[in-house]
Write a new protein. Structure first.
Lengths: 282, 416
């Protein structure tokens, strides 16, 4: 940069992921997330109930199937609680990621009409998913206590685990929302992939029921599996294997951990790279 | 020494338009070797200007001249290919009113959302809520969902939020085209007040009247390039000229080579070879400035010897309204004798007080005293009269206006 004889104002750098004003970035994220959240509740008569019904309905179906017909849950301590908790956490993950896919396109009017920090958009989806998770978790908590799960000190892990889950979801949300602007296939691909992740995670089946230890270790490399298993161990059933035990050694947790960090960095990098041109490519 | 509010240097932006948009992986997979080809569309080319603090700066240009792209570059919506933009102070962009308005929410929520979008904190937005509603005159509708507002009410609300944002630099697109006349006036009153408060306003429009009324300076954009920066009057005049100038090349009536055989009357004893308009310098012109001296001319060849013919010309507008006609016989009936093969030139000089718009000249040559035609060429030549305002009438005569009311007296002269 050359030295200017005449003083100048702030250099306008054009659109970016973060924008030029960090405070505004967070105000926008939370205002938009809260607005979306409000709209969901005020939009329909039953509001909150619907939000709760979705995981509960899925839970009831799966519960009946896997305790009455398939009997997968037999002999597993607090199977219904594990099932419901996992479903609620998985719902968060899907809401945050699948919701983010089309988000940039859905907010087209903002991106094209004002100087708008692009990253706010997928983040709004994640924050909104967190708000839903908070509500759902109230129901989970009630159910947990009613089922005889005792509060323990290890519950303190829960916020951290949920935060890690959020980092994982945010990484994917950034990646998908940026890619979707160019490739519309991202949406169906992610729909299939997230189904696969569902079955590859110990939601329906407890991880220890997998006969082959190698497969068990492999499945636990999935970051979602590791998080769900650790939640089960720390919050619901101390007798259940921890994530470290299920993967076959604490050092192996570096694999899901690395995946989380790697996807987050990749997502941020891709989004940051695409951000300046998003308005033109929509 | 303070910095100018806005400095733009060598700003260039082009868009790549793929010939075939490839949106899916399948398409890419099926044609792996097909490179997507692009058209480079230069929307803004090497534009540089400075806007001083407290200045009301207009940018005018026709559709597709790049003014919206320039605006979006300055607003930080598009990234520039080359060049720099510097802004000194808090910037607010109003490309569209009510960005982020949600029809399912009440005014209160929308005011806050919109305020945050424009750079307020939620707390600030809430503090200004009452002012907003008062300015928009919507206090009694505060709890109504926005979808139940009329479009006029929505615009009022949006504008009210916008002016509560205390930005130092306002970048305004043609948001004012919406709303009724009274509201537009209110908007401009606010802009004037902001301007007096030392805010810098960058105003993009194709409404020249607005530019002339409010702007200190203006810039004319044409096909992405800056044509002129300066006094709004001059910029507006130039704008009209390029507007009509292009019109002509785009296929208005031309002097020669019309596809339709030119209408022609008369026995052919005389032939009108050409007709043209001239400007105040006597040069042939496509455009004439209103209020300036000008002329209309014709060149005629006689094929036979003729005694005292009369040469006349009629000026019409594009609606075929006759505006002005004159004939040599009204001045001197005896124009003399002309030999076969002789060429004469015919000129009418007049001061141009005709309304802005296209003007056609129809020359004709007749025998003395009679209505028998030797030649007549309807609408043989045309020219565009440029002016900075349109009254809607056929002529704009120079005039004085006086209003006397008790002790007070207001007087003014139009057309200097």
């Amino acid at each position: 940069m050359t030295v200017h004889a005449v003083p100048r104002g702030r250099h306008v750098k054009g659109p970016s992921a973060f924008g030029s004003d960090r405070k505004r970035f967070w105000h926008l994220t939370f205002t938009l997330a809260i607005t979306d959240f409000k709209l969901r509740f005020f939009g329909s008569v039953l509001g909150y109930l619907w939000q709760l019904m979705r995981p509960l309905l899925l839970f009831s179906v799966l519960y009946v199937v896997f305790t009455e017909f398939v009997r997968l849950g037999n002999g597993v301590a607090h199977y219904p609680v594990v099932l419901l908790t996992s479903i609620v956490l998985f719902t968060f993950f899907v809401e945050a990621t699948a919701g983010a896919v089309t988000s940039v396109l859905d907010r087209e009017n903002l991106v094209r009409k004002i100087e708008f920090p692009r990253l706010v958009i997928p983040l709004t989806v994640v924050v909104n998913a967190y708000l839903n998770l908070a509500l759902n978790f109230l129901a989970v908590l009630v159910f947990m206590l009613a089922s005889g799960v005792e509060p323990r000190l290890s519950w303190i892990q829960l916020p951290f685990l949920i935060a890690i889950l959020g980092v994982f979801a945010t990484g994917i949300a950034m990646l998908l929302s940026a890619l979707y602007v160019r490739f519309r296939d991202v949406k169906p691909i992610w729909e299939v992939l997230s189904q696969m992740i569902f079955y590859a995670s110990p939601v329906l089946y407890p991880i220890e029921t997998i006969p082959n230890e190698k497969v068990q270790h492999l499945l636990m490399c999935n970051p979602l599996a590791a998080i769900l298993e650790q939640v089960r161990h720390a919050v619901i059933d101390p007798g259940a294997p921890s994530a470290a035990e299920a993967i076959g050694g604490a050092e192996r947790l570096l694999i899901p951990g690395g995946l989380i960090v790697g996807l987050f960095v990749l997502g941020l990098w891709v989004f940051n790279r695409e951000a300046p041109r998003i308005a033109e490519e929509l | 020494m303070t910095a100018p509010a806005i400095v733009v240097e060598g700003l260039t932006k082009s868009f790549r338009r793929p010939h075939e948009q490839m949106h899916t992986l399948k398409e890419r997979a099926l044609h792996p070797f097909r490179r997507t080809t692009f058209d480079e569309l230069a929307a803004v080319r090497d534009v540089s200007f400075e806007v001083e603090r407290g200045e009301f700066f207009g940018i005018i240009g026709r559709n597709g001249s790049g003014k919206s792209t320039l605006l979006k570059l300055m607003a930080g919506i598009y990234a520039a290919d080359r060049g720099d933009i510097y802004m000194d102070g808090r910037v607010s962009t109003f490309i569209e009113l009510g960005v982020g308005f949600n029809p399912d929410l009440a005014a209160r929520d929308n005011v806050i959302i919109n305020g945050v979008m424009l750079g307020l904190t939620p707390r600030e937005a809430l503090e200004r809520y009452d002012h907003v509603m008062a300015f928009a005159e919507l206090e009694q509708f505060a709890d109504l969902k926005l979808k139940n507002y009329s479009s006029g009410m929505q615009v009022r609300l949006a504008f009210a939020v916008m002016i509560q944002v205390d930005a130092d630099i306002l970048i305004v697109d043609e948001v004012l085209a919406v709303g009724d006349v009274a509201f537009q006036q209110k908007c401009f009153d606010v802009f004037n007040r902001l301007r007096d408060d030392g805010k810098t306003i960058l105003f993009v429009t194709h409404d020249m009247a607005a530019v002339q009324r409010f702007c200190h300076r203006a810039m004319l954009l044409e096909r992405g390039e800056q044509r002129l920066i300066g006094d709004p009057e001059r910029v507006a005049a130039e704008y009209i000229e390029i507007n009509f100038g292009r019109d002509r090349t785009a296929g208005g009536p031309t002097e020669t080579g019309d596809e339709d055989a030119p209408e022609r009357y008369g026995d052919g004893v005389a032939e009108i070879l050409e007709a043209w308009f001239s400007d105040e310098d006597g040069e042939r012109a496509d455009t004439l400035r209103q209020g300036a001296p000008c002329g209309v001319h014709a060149r005629i060849r006689f094929h036979e010897a003729v005694e005292h013919p009369a040469i006349a010309v009629l000026l019409e507008n594009d609606q075929h309204h006759p505006l002005f006609a004159t004939s040599s016989e009204w001045i001197e009936e005896r124009t003399g004798s002309f030999a076969a093969g002789e060429e004469v030139s015919f000129s009418v000089a007049f001061e141009n007080w005709l309304a802005p718009g296209r003007l056609f000249a129809s020359p004709w040559v007749v025998y003395r005293g009679g209505r028998d035609l030797m030649d007549r060429r309807p609408r043989m030549s045309s020219v565009v009269v440029t002016g900075t305002r349109t009254s809607g009438a056929l002529v704009d005569l120079p005039h004085d206006i006086t209003i006397e009311h008790g002790e007070r007296r207001m007087a003014g002269r139009a057309h200097g």
